[in-house]
Design a protein around this ligand. Structure first.
Ligand code: PEP
Ligand code: MN
Length: 246
């Protein structure tokens, strides 16, 4: 099967920042041709004095913005206590890198979700990714589609935010057989590397990519330096459309 035909692009801001921001972005993403919007309501940040997300209020805003624009919502749940209430509002529940081995959270998300985007922890092997996958799968009630996302790991190399383990992810995909996405935004921390790496992921035969997009990246509450603009997203989508026809 040629996975390139089904390559899926998930795009959106790192975080829901306000009602006007998320409604504005949802509309722009929809008119660019995006079908799945990412937007975090809870942000796992390194330091507590930084923006932590708008929580349930932000989730409601993102849900409404998606519904109004015919978009699917990809959003992270970080706390096991929120799963019951939050999962029904999210189309693809994201497990973030920091929570990949939070087993109670994995089991609860498995129980409540139909689709899960499982991010590889930045200190985890693919064997551990497979273990996390199985925790979700064995807790699922009925069908639960799980997609793994390579978002870079921590190595001795410090020039970028993380080291995108392209080869490891591709190998895992061939051995394990589940869909694998790539997140070049969190892997590199640099917006100029996002489009080239999405193009590379497409050519390599990954199932999709998740990227951060903002209409004013310089003003973003978090991760602005790795967010591409809506115009750059348009160019990337045009590139993928042309590549699909070749
Ligand atoms: C995110 O995608 O919003 C995120 C926090 O990424 P990660 O868990 O990969 O750091
Ligand atoms: Mn982010």
């Amino acid at each position: 099967m040629d996975h390139r035909k089904n390559f899926q692009l998930i795009a959106g801001p790192c975080a829901v920042e306000s009602k006007s921001q998320i409604f504005r972005l949802a509309k722009l993403l929809r008119s660019s041709g995006i079908t799945h919007m990412r937007a975090g309501a809870w942000k796992p940040r390194t330091f507590p004095d930084t923006f932590q997300g708008l929580g349930f209020e932000g989730l409601e805003m993102a849900r409404e913005a998606c519904d109004q624009n015919g978009l699917r919502l990809v959003s992270e749940i970080v706390d096991v206590r929120d799963v019951d209430r939050a999962a029904s509002k999210i189309d693809w529940v994201q497990i973030g890198a920091r929570n990949m081995q939070n087993f109670p959270l994995l089991r609860e998300v498995g129980k409540h979700s139909k689709r899960v985007l499982l991010k590889r922890g930045f200190g985890n092997t693919f064997e551990e990714v497979a273990g996390a996958y199985e925790h979700i799968q064995t807790s699922a009630i009925g069908e639960c589609e799980i997609v793994v996302c390579e978002r870079g790991i921590q190595t001795f190399e410090r020039s970028l935010r993380a080291t995108l383990d392209f080869a490891g992810a591709l190998y895992f995909r061939s051995q394990f057989g589940c869909p694998v996405f790539v997140d070049p935004s969190h892997a590199t921390g640099k917006r100029e590397l996002v489009a080239p790496l999405v193009a590379a992921a497409y050519v390599a035969g990954f199932d999709g990519a998740m990227i951060e997009v903002h209409d004013a990246p310089g003003e973003a509450e978090c991760d602005g330096e790795q967010a591409i603009s809506v115009e750059e997203l348009g160019e990337l989508i045009t590139f993928l459309e042309i590549a699909r026809r070749i």
